[in-house]
Design a protein around this ligand. Structure first.
Ligand SMILES: [Zn+2]
Length: 307
């Protein structure tokens, strides 16, 4: 299978400073490990383009998007919101992160790639309609879902978020859109410390206690996500791929290992093959232990690429 790998050097220039865990080293660690394991050359490498502002307006408020643009160019470090610090490269990196997801969607829906991984930062799933937060500026995957619905006239887009934190931004933006199924597993109670509304039929929450192990994780995903996903029969699957539920991650207390990311990708891929010819676009969210991150991404992409 041909797997596209989208990234850009701008994503390594955005830096929140002071040894912040959401660091440019994450992108480099992923690249180095994929090269070391000889998976790098199997992938179709594509530079992530900057997204056009009009695609951001579909999911973020016009005031919010314009307020972010007005802050750049700037040579100074600045706060864009709760837990979101920008340097002079942050806007370009954020535009390329959302742009990567939309470009990847074009590639898989046109058949130019079977599936795709976007190795980008800043991540996106905490960014809400009108605010940056949690290391995120634009909601990359939500922007992608809206793009797929409008540009490609899709009516069933699934978003699967296995980051250890709740995808509050994605949910904030898309929860009332019945064309979207959103599944999120997360340590609870945990950042961003809100109690999500569990009443909507297109939203699936899989809360996990501190200390959740591989066996529990696999059981809960099998029981709460997969039947719902099969019944939804998505035309496209987007993955908010956070790898911070790994036992080595410094920001959480869930005890997965890298093989669990291979397992969940296999499971998602099997539904994708049956419902949408394998169309999956995955975008990097969290994952802050560089060794665990790179090994987990390797398992994830190895499954996507069918290697
Ligand atoms: Zn996270």
């Amino acid at each position: 299978m041909l797997t596209a790998f989208l990234s850009h050097k701008d994503c390594e220039l955005h830096d929140m400073g002071g040894g912040h865990p959401e660091s440019p080293l994450r992108i480099a660690a992923i690249r180095d490990y994929l090269m070391e394991r000889q998976l790098w050359d199997v992938l179709n490498h594509i530079d992530a383009p900057k997204i056009d502002k009009k695609h951001l307006y579909r999911v973020h408020s016009r005031d919010y998007v314009d307020s972010i643009y007005r802050r750049f160019p700037s040579k100074k470090m600045q706060s864009l919101g709760e837990d979101m610090v920008a340097n002079q490269y942050t806007l370009d990196a954020a535009l390329r992160s959302a742009g990567a997801v939309c470009k990847a969607i074009d590639l898989v829906l046109s058949g130019d790639a079977n599936n795709a991984f976007c190795s980008v930062r800043p991540p996106g799933h905490h960014a809400e309609k009108s605010r940056a937060m949690g290391f995120c500026v634009f909601s990359n995957v939500a922007v992608g879902a809206a793009y797929a619905i409008h540009k490609h006239a899709l009516t069933r887009v699934a978003i699967l978020d296995f980051d250890v934190h709740h995808g509050n931004g994605t949910e904030n933006i898309l929860q009332y859109d019945e064309r979207v199924l959103f599944c999120s597993s997360f340590q609870y109670p945990f950042y961003p410390f809100v109690i999500p509304d569990q009443t909507r039929s297109n939203i699936v929450h899989t809360p996990m206690h501190a200390g959740t192990c591989s066996q529990e994780f696999r059981q809960w995903i099998s029981e709460t996500w997969l039947p719902k996903l099969r019944a939804f029969s998505p035309q496209l699957i987007l993955i908010s791929a956070g790898f911070d539920a790994h036992q080595a991650d410094p920001l959480a207390d869930v005890f997965l290992d890298e093989r669990d990311y291979g397992w969940i990708t296999d499971e998602i891929n099997s539904v994708a093959q049956a419902s949408c010819a394998g169309c999956i676009v995955s975008s990097l969210e969290g994952g802050y232990d560089l060794t665990a991150l790179s090994r987990s991404v390797y398992q994830h992409i190895k499954s996507l690429a069918g290697v």
